[in-house]
Design a binder for this molecule. Structure first.
Ligand code: CS2
Ligand code: MN
Length: 394
């Protein structure tokens, strides 16, 4: 049976990790996006071809587009959304013309992934990303000063959050704010608290139900075109998979994922299975999701998180943490078997280690948070070993 296609995210020519480095990790596929094109603008064929050539000249394949970001007007359901959907469809057509057929996206309002600490030290002094529930509450209650936050966080959390904030030196308060307010991956953009408040206002009338309707509207609008050109869309789950800072989240649970694949029944309407994102909610049965929704998975992000009782978590080693990665991989391989039997050709599902720890010489480069080269390479190496072990033992 074909192996999973090993991929590595690359942020483009400005990434301090070069394609020549990635070749040595064992990855053969690249996951990238035209990060310099502002969200809502068309990805022209010229730009796509230019990026594709750079990747191919390094002996690699551009396997997955992550992400073609969704304009906020589409998430909010504003009148301009139809205009932005047209542009989105045009970008998909341009990608498909050049052989790019797997497109990841997410539907998280305003913020992409959210962490509170970018340099959390593990026992071996490796650096990991962390989401601390108390720190997040402290920001929500006393920096963002969102009135409803006092109804969301319990009295106990409010007390702890206050104490936490009072214990922080001023420069660390700023670091915490900038960490939570980070914009899209691949950019250095950070919202100010004021800008973020403006964004929140636009979402005042968008609850989870409305946001889901807007996602359904978007999917129904783009799927006929995506299907016609053979594009497989795969939605990335929310990270973390629960509402934060007053923003709704609708790609967080198995039942959300089921709803989404049912919005439009099409092979083009698929999922990115990110264990790091989904795994932060203890109620998510990750191996079970692969078993039940595996046919819709077009892209795999296999990383681990270590959960704590209060909702905090940090990014753990790929094979040890709260998620049983063996059980996940076994069900991924069983899904490959099912596809083979059914005559499907998409057996070599692209997999990436997603994030990694900062270890060894990773300190010599200024990478995007979570995107160290050696830490990710270690994760990928572990995952490929696990895959081989599972396959040989079946
Ligand atoms: C990452 C995200 O947090 C994660 O797991 O994979 O940055 C992801 O790249 C985007 O949210 C996908 O749109
Ligand atoms: Mn992910």
């Amino acid at each position: 049976m074909q192996d999973l296609e090993q991929t590595f995210r690359w942020f483009g020519p400005n990434d301090e990790v070069a394609l020549a480095d990635i070749v040595q990790t064992g990855a053969t596929g690249i996951v990238t996006a035209l990060h310099h094109i502002p969200c809502g603008n068309e990805w022209t064929e010229d730009e796509i071809i230019e990026r594709k050539n750079i990747i191919e000249n390094a002996g690699l394949t551009w396997s997955v587009v992550e992400s073609v970001n969704i304009h906020e007007s589409i998430k909010i359901g504003e009148p301009e959304r139809d205009h932005y959907i047209e542009i989105y469809i045009q970008s998909l057509k341009n990608l498909a013309k050049n052989g790019l057929k797997i497109v990841c996206y997410n539907f998280m309002p305003v913020l992409d992934w959210t962490r509170t600490h970018l340099d959390y030290r593990l026992e071996n002094n490796a650096s990991a990303l962390r989401y601390d529930a108390i720190a997040l509450a402290a920001f929500d209650l006393y920096i963002l000063e969102r009135p409803e936050a006092f109804n969301v966080h319990s009295a106990e959390v409010q007390t702890k959050a206050k104490a936490y904030l009072e214990s922080l030196p001023a420069d660390e308060v700023k670091t915490l704010t900038d960490t939570i307010m980070a914009g899209l991956p691949g950019t250095d953009e950070v919202f100010t608290v004021e800008e973020f408040k403006q964004h929140l206002k636009r979402y005042a009338n968008v609850d989870a139900k409305k946001l889901k309707e807007n996602l359904s509207y978007f999917l129904n609008a783009i799927m006929p075109a995506a299907e016609a050109v053979g594009i497989k869309m795969c939605i990335h789950p929310d990270d973390p998979p629960f509402p934060i800072l007053g923003l709704p989240r609708i790609v967080s649970t198995e039942s959300d994922l089921k709803d989404i694949v049912n919005f439009v029944k099409s092979p083009s309407n698929g999922l990115t299975f990110c264990t790091g994102s989904l795994g932060a909610n203890p109620a998510n049965d990750l191996p079970g999701i692969v078993e039940r929704l595996g046919e819709h998975i077009h892209f795999l992000h296999l990383r681990n998180v270590q959960r704590e009782a209060d909702g905090s978590f940090h990014e753990a080693e790929h094979l040890s943490g709260s998620t049983d990665m063996f059980a996940v991989m076994r069900n991924v391989v069983l899904e490959q078997q099912k596809r083979e039997k059914a005559g499907r050709t998409d057996i070599a599902i692209p997999i990436r280690p997603d994030h990694g720890h900062k270890i060894l010489d990773d300190w010599s480069r200024n990478n995007y948070p979570g995107y160290s080269i050696i830490g990710r390479m270690k994760g990928l190496a572990e995952l490929r070993g696990l895959e081989m072990g599972v396959k040989r033992s079946l």
